[in-house]
Ligand binder design. Structure first.
Ligand SMILES: *[C@@H]1O[C@H](CO)[C@@H](O)[C@H](O)[C@H]1NC(C)=O
Ligand SMILES: *[C@@H]1O[C@H](CO)[C@@H](O)[C@H](O)[C@H]1NC(C)=O
Ligand SMILES: *[C@@H]1O[C@H](CO)[C@@H](O)[C@H](O)[C@H]1NC(C)=O
Ligand SMILES: *[C@@H]1O[C@H](CO)[C@@H](O)[C@H](O)[C@H]1NC(C)=O
Length: 837
């Protein structure tokens, strides 16, 4: 036991030590202190640092703020953006007017804050949020700081930062990219909220290059910016949009400080990028970026047109409109946009009406008006009452919708967003509406026939099902009919909410004709739940028809799943569902036809494999990753495929890969990322260990299957049965062994040996493949990281040993499909066996 005086002495030493460390890392200055080049301010908890720095290849000195503990310096704010100091004489101090000033050698002011109020006791402090504030004494209210760097951002948005307006002081916090890597002076690339508070226009953020708009986020619709599906619930950050009489801003906050996420305007790429920093990786990584695609380009289709990314060409006049110049339109020059077939007739009352369009990013809000307390009915009346009003909708789409937004004049920059769009009611002349009605009457007749047929079927089905089983089959029977907006709606009989399927309904007789009564000659193969046939519709369009085997009750459930899911999912790397037919006993899904069949027919085939040179294989790998990324992250639902494999990747005539067969997919809403299932569905050789053994599936089990697929594409070898010729090593084991020996290139399909290939790319793919098949799901990258890794030259982490399924014993093959290395010890590679069931 230490005596009392010794103890006191120790405490005193500890205090002295603490005091010492605090005093060397200063987080604030008063008028008697200053910061010279070489010294810094450090925020209280050591998160941020302020000091002098030199960007890129420049020799100039600037004052900036950066994360203190991140080794790669990333400056998040710059004071003297356009007024550098060319030597190390800079001095940051508080002037006698109470402003923070930056002085150069001859004591001239290079940069200064602009507080109009003079503080009694001015203090400048760097906060742990990254905000540099000028305050009076101990006033710590964000609202009454005399000046704060968060009000004058550079190119970076930090957590907790308010991006947007303070209407009380008319302060607009915009971001502007650096001129170049060497020059923090604002470039021509800026973004900020633009609106007219007097006219109550609907606020939204515009990206500009110089003065030209080149992207807009869409206005906030209660859940996200209309047409910005990348804004959604996620594990990294929460977000909020505030719109009231005092303020209009977007802000976000980190959910877990161990993953930092910031938003940066990048002059080089012309993108607004969200990048994240994970401590373990020690690098910044791209998380998401906008604009995303051609349809995001501002006004690409001109006025009154709709951009649909999966269409060819992408631009279409809205219904009721025609190209202003048909000739130019035919040449894919859409700049003049579209004009009405029939002009509006505003003078005669109540002659105009509206057509509802769905899943849109709403038009440019420059000429708009918003009112948060009106309902949709009042909104419609408001629009009708003003001759220049051309469209209206709810300003908040949450729940049943509320508020009113209306547009005046031409409707600019509309696109279809199947994963996050909303309804828009566009004004039409009565002539246009009557045309629609005439068409509708015809459809109504058909509809009655269909309903008749279906209700008969429901009754019949009901009786049969009652006898066979009380629940299983009956669930899948739905009446399908057209709703007011000409879309197909299903009314489910099992108590689900009504869902828009957005799917054309095919007539059984047309499918029978197209497939020559499902002739054997037209059979393409046997899919998950029944055979697949090739067919040709009357108009010449080729289709693939999946005919669900009626006997399988399980299959009906899967079909329902599949129809619901695929209808909502559209991406260039996913097979498109064209429609369905649920007539008589037939349950058919109609897909676009893929002339080049599936990937396995190429990579595992000697002759075909030769034709598939490396560049194409790489293209296919990236495409599959893109499709999977959409399923996991970009679509409105979170979808886990659960049966990704070479035979489920189809190729169109340009060898674009398309993921098919979502019968096994599960969708998740919100944060649910992992589920346990008692029914393991999947394919031997592609299943992640935790799924095969414990029934645990997650996005990471898909990543595992993707990794296997990559190794197969590179090597041209099937993962199943590989061990038979290779001394018990699985394909993964083989890849790992070669990787460790630095001979990964030997993995490459021998058909490609002589052909030209990009060695670096091949090695990168194998490396990424190995990262994806790591034993522990936590260690596997998510698919977004995979996409980034494939597309960049950044250094890759080493895969952890052991990978899933290293060795395989073929003696036990029947009941024991998997053997894996379970030890995580690096030196001692003990082998233990896990039984699959
Ligand atoms: C101080 O130096 C700057 C350049 O560093 C120059 O522009 C300015 O005129 C000088 N002022 C005085 C008072 O010499
Ligand atoms: C934050 O993340 C770290 C590492 O991923 C984890 O250990 C920690 O539990 C997380 N904290 C919270 C509050 O979620
Ligand atoms: C902009 O993008 C380029 C290319 O991806 C990257 O090298 C650069 O670091 C980015 N700049 C900023 C400011 O993030
Ligand atoms: C219609 O709305 C426009 C735009 O807000 C406005 O300028 C005009 O005065 C309105 N016309 C009528 C008749 O209210």
């Amino acid at each position: 036991m230490a005596s009392f005086p010794t103890l006191m002495f120790r405490i005193a030493v500890v205090f002295l030590f603490l005091f010492h460390t605090i005093s060397t890392a200063v987080n604030r200055i008063d008028p008697s202190e200053s910061i010279s080049d070489g010294t810094t301010l450090v925020s209280k908890e050591g998160t941020f640092e302020l000091g002098f720095f030199t960007p890129g290849n420049s020799t100039n000195r600037y004052v900036g703020i950066w994360y203190k503990n991140i080794p790669v310096q990333r400056v998040v704010w710059v004071a003297n953006r356009c007024n550098p100091i060319n030597d190390s004489s800079g001095l940051l101090t508080i002037s006698n007017t109470g402003n923070l000033v930056l002085l150069s050698q001859n004591k001239s002011v290079v940069w200064s804050t602009n507080s109009s109020k003079q503080a009694q006791k001015p203090i400048v402090e760097l906060l742990d949020s990254g905000n540099l504030v000028l305050r009076d004494g101990e006033d710590r209210n964000r609202e009454t700081y005399l000046w704060q760097s968060f009000d004058y951002p550079s190119d970076t948005m930090l957590p907790n930062f308010k991006f947007g307006w303070d209407l009380r002081t008319a302060l607009n916090r915009r971001l502007s990219a650096w001129n170049s890597w060497d020059d923090p002076c604002p470039g021509d690339f800026t973004v900020g909220f633009e609106f007219d508070p007097q006219l109550h226009t609907f606020p939204e953020a515009y990206f500009r290059k110089g003065s030209a708009k080149f992207y807009r986020t869409g206005p906030w619709n209660g859940m996200r910016f209309s047409g910005s599906p990348e804004i959604r619930e996620n594990p990294l950050y929460s977000f909020e949009f505030v719109y009231n009489d005092d303020e209009v801003y977007y802000t976000y906050n980190l959910k877990n400080r161990s993953v930092i996420s910031i938003i940066v305007m990048n002059q080089t790429t012309s993108l607004r990028e969200r990048i994240i920093y994970i401590e373990a990786d020690q690098t910044w990584k791209l998380y998401s970026s906008v604009p995303r695609d051609d349809c995001d380009k501002y006004g690409v289709c001109g006025a009154n047109a709709n951009c649909i990314i999966n269409n060819n060409p992408i631009c279409q006049c809205l219904r009721g409109f025609k190209p202003k110049s048909q000739e130019k339109w035919n040449l894919m020059d859409w700049s003049e946009g579209c004009v009405r077939n029939n002009p509006l007739n505003c003078t005669k009352k109540n002659e105009d009406g509206f057509i509802k369009f769905s899943e849109l990013k709403v038009p440019d809000t420059t000429h708009s008006w918003v009112n948060k307390s009106m309902n949709l009915e009042e909104c419609r009346a408001k629009c009708l009452s003003n001759c220049s009003c051309t469209a209206y909708t709810n300003s908040d789409i949450r729940g049943r919708g509320s508020g009113c937004a209306i547009w005046f004049g031409d409707l600019m920059d509309i696109r279809t967003c199947s994963d996050g769009g909303q309804d828009l009611f566009i004004r039409m002349s009565h002539l246009e509406l009557e045309k629609g009605k005439a068409g509708k009457k015809k459809r109504a007749v058909i509809m009655v026939a269909i309903i008749g047929c279906f209700s008969g079927m429901v009754l019949l089905g009901y009786c049969i099902c009652r006898r066979v089983s009380k629940e299983s089959n009956f669930q899948a029977i739905r009446i399908i009919m057209f709703d007011k907006t000409d879309r197909i709606q299903t009314i489910s009989q099992d108590g689900d909410q009504d869902e828009d399927l957005e799917l054309p309904l095919f007539n059984l007789s047309s499918i029978i004709a197209a497939t020559e009564n499902f002739s054997m000659d037209n059979k393409l193969g046997e899919g998950g739940f029944g055979p697949v046939y090739r067919g040709k519709l009357e108009k010449g369009q080729e289709i693939a028809v999946k005919r669900l085997s009626i006997s399988s009750a399980q299959g009906v459930k899967e079909l329902k799943n599949e129809v619901k899911l695929i209808a909502k999912l559209q991406h260039r790397n996913l097979v498109k569902l064209l429609g369905c037919c649920l007539q008589e006993e037939e349950k058919l899904l109609v897909y676009e036809y893929m002339p080049n069949k599936s990937l396995d027919s190429f990579i595992f085939d000697q002759k075909q494999g030769k034709g598939l040179e490396w560049s194409k294989r790489f293209y296919i790998i990236c495409g599959i990753a893109g499709g999977l990324q959409y399923l996991h992250q970009d679509s409105r639902l979170r979808v886990i495929h659960r049966d990704l494999k070479a035979s489920n990747v189809l190729l169109d005539n340009e060898m674009n890969p398309k993921i098919s067969d979502f019968g096994l997919a599960r969708s998740f809403r919100g944060n649910q990322t992992e589920e346990k299932t008692s029914r393991i569905i999947g394919t031997y050789g592609y299943m992640a260990p935790e799924y095969a053994i414990h029934g645990l599936f997650s996005v990471k089990s898909d990543v595992f299957s993707f990794g296997i697929l990559v190794l197969e594409i590179v090597s041209g070898k099937k993962s199943t049965g590989f061990h038979l010729q290779n001394h018990g090593l699985t394909l993964i084991g083989h890849a790992w062994k070669l990787h460790k020996e630095g001979k990964s290139i030997d993995m490459l399909d021998k058909h490609l040996r002589e052909a030209e290939h990009n060695v670096k790319q091949v090695l990168r793919c194998i490396h990424v493949g190995l990262l994806c098949v790591q034993q522990s799901p936590v260690d596997r990258p998510n698919i977004s990281s995979v996409v980034v890794m494939l597309g960049s030259d950044s250094e890759l982490p080493q895969p952890k040993l052991p990978p899933g399924y290293f060795l395989e014993t073929d003696s036990d093959k029947g009941d024991l499909p998997f053997t894996e290395l379970a030890s995580s010890s690096k030196n001692d590679m003990s082998i233990s066996l896990f039984l699959a069931r």
